[in-house]
Write a protein that binds this ligand. Structure first.
Ligand code: ACG
Length: 478
């Protein structure tokens, strides 16, 4: 299990209101206590942007988060707790303030070749693949290709010297002590066709690029962990996951949430059968990155329209599946936040440590618009209450932690009876039946004595067992 950490909003170690590495290091016991095995650190390299995805220097970290010494100390402390740390690395583009881009604008080589400048007026008609946004930006009279907007001109990997440069970046961060990378925007390395002048993914070229980058890392650090961010349908996600080893399962995230929000068991059966298709085979060369939300999406409780029971059920379904689970900071508290493409900040609010919103480590870089003080959502308010959202979320994490075999399990079957979903899964040394009740009434189930409640309730009445409303349980069968 990995925790997706947005350092700016997590814990402030130097009293400036902005989360930093010193603060995050102080909270490593908290993180390890959640039962996670690793941390996905959202971008921390030099960048003028709050999200950090537009980098101005690939070899240094944003000074508001700390310095290299503090990063090394954070990594060593994480490793002492057996936590892996992977770095989110956005190498598809830079900030327009990156020195490379400024020198490219001046026509200096090789930097000029490291970006794509307009060669044909017709290219201006090109539109972004998924939403029709414009993809060219005029910088003082020179048009550059900017798929993600004017704040991030794309790097142009037609230039082989750039491949070499990026390998040096990877070598550097591995030598600092990272255990691997979450590679941002993996399908976008080659996504503009120079021949046709349109936006068009060139998957085979992208894959060749990533093969070379990942082999480079493995030649330095054979156990490196890679996770690919490819937001696309299952076929494309799979293509890339095979190179990286772990690929975020975007279709599953969307379908699972939608099935549970609608309390539609049939939809959930279809989702599990299609989005986890490969988990029905025993031999797999890569794993699903299981997740429900990330920083580009509405938070879980918000996507369940405020229904916390449905949120916990979604999490318990997710954590009963084969793959490597990831969850976003603050989801354990049930924080809220709605994603908006043009104002995508609500899901990035400060982690609320204290009920009154103030105290050592609390970040204050932005206002708490959704997760108000005195609303009972804080860590302080919830950690002492047995049936709080946080404690119930932790119990689901604990279930997963005590069943590590589920990661590599094979799904034998997925069946439905009324509101009940039944999965048969088998691992190297164990098999189990996993039951999820999507209904609002308890339902009679065939469970043996060796039952682990994942979430909700299992009760007994006259020799019959019942799985409570919106509850999940597992029985180990052998
Ligand atoms: C990553 C980061 C994100 C970051 C960037 C840029 C990339 O996580 O925080 O933005 O560094 C696309 C890209 C992703 C990108 C997201 C934000 N995420 O592919 O790499 O945009 C469709 C498209 C997807 C698209 C998605 C976005 O296919 O490509 O993701 O829409 O909504 C079904 C379909 C599926 C479809 C979905 C949703 O599932 O199968 O294809 O996805 O429905 O409709 C950051 C900032 C930005 C800033 C940038 C520089 O957040 O504001 O501009 O950095």
């Amino acid at each position: 299990m990995f925790y997706e950490l947005y350092i700016r909003s997590f814990c402030d170690g130097n009293g400036d209101g902005i989360g930093d590495l010193v603060g995050a290091e102080q909270k490593l016991d908290y993180l390890a206590g959640l039962g996670i095995e690793g941390i996905w650190l959202l971008p921390i390299l030099q960048s003028p942007a709050y999200h950090g995805y537009s980098v101005t220097d690939f070899f240094s970290i944003n000074p508001i988060y700390g310095n290299l010494k503090e990063l090394r100390s954070f990594l060593a402390s994480a490793h002492r707790r057996d936590l892996k740390v992977i770095l989110d690395l956005p190498i598809n583009h830079t900030s327009p303030s990156h020195e490379w881009f400024l020198r490219a604008l001046d026509g200096e080589r090789p930097y000029r070749d490291w970006y794509l400048f307009l060669q044909n007026e017709d290219w201006l008609k090109a539109r972004r693949h998924w939403d029709g946004e414009k993809v060219w930006t005029n910088y003082s009279g020179q048009w550059a290709y900017t798929l993600f907007g004017p704040g991030s001109p794309d790097l142009n990997y037609e230039s082989t010297s750039l491949w070499q440069q990026m390998k040096e970046v990877l070598t550097f961060w591995l030598s600092v002590g990272f255990d691997g990378f979450r590679f941002d925007a993996a399908k976008h390395i080659f996504d503009f066709s120079i021949e046709k002048g349109i936006c068009e993914y060139q998957h085979s070229r992208n894959i060749a690029f990533w093969k070379e980058m990942t082999s480079h890392c493995r030649s330095i650090s054979p156990d490196s962990i890679f996770v690919s961010e490819v937001w696309d349908d299952a076929r494309i996600v799979d293509l890339y996951s095979a190179i990286f080893g772990i690929g975020f399962n975007f279709p599953l995230a969307e379908d699972l949430k939608s099935a549970i929000a609608k309390k539609d068991p049939e939809l959930l059966v279809i989702s599990l059968k299609t989005d986890l298709n490969r988990c029905f085979r025993a031999k797999r060369s890569y794993e699903s990155g299981l997740f429900l939300t990330n920083h580009d999406m509405s938070r879980l409780v918000s996507s369940m329209n405020g229904d916390r029971e449905l949120s916990l059920l979604s999490m318990s379904v997710l954590l009963s599946l084969p793959g490597v689970p990831f969850f976003y900071y603050g989801e354990e508290l049930g924080m809220e936040g709605v994603y908006n493409m043009y104002f995508n900040e609500e899901q990035l609010e400060p982690f609320l440590w204290y009920e009154n919103g103030y105290g050592p480590g609390q970040t204050e870089w932005k206002a708490l618009g959704k997760n108000h003080p005195h609303s009972g959502v804080s860590y302080e308010a919830q950690e002492a209450v047995d049936d709080s959202y946080y404690m119930r979320f932790r119990a689901i994490l604990e279930f997963r932690k005590s069943n590590p075999w589920l990661r590599f399990a094979t799904i034998k079957s997925v069946k439905r009876k009324e509101t009940l979903i039944m999965l048969k899964v088998t691992g190297e040394s164990k098999s189990a039946n996993i039951l999820h009740n999507l209904g609002t009434k308890k339902i009679a189930v065939d469970l043996n004595a060796d039952v682990q409640v994942i979430n909700g309730t299992v009760s007994k009445y006259r020799n019959k067992r019942y799985l409570g409303a919106l509850s999940s349980a597992m029985e180990v069968t052998e």
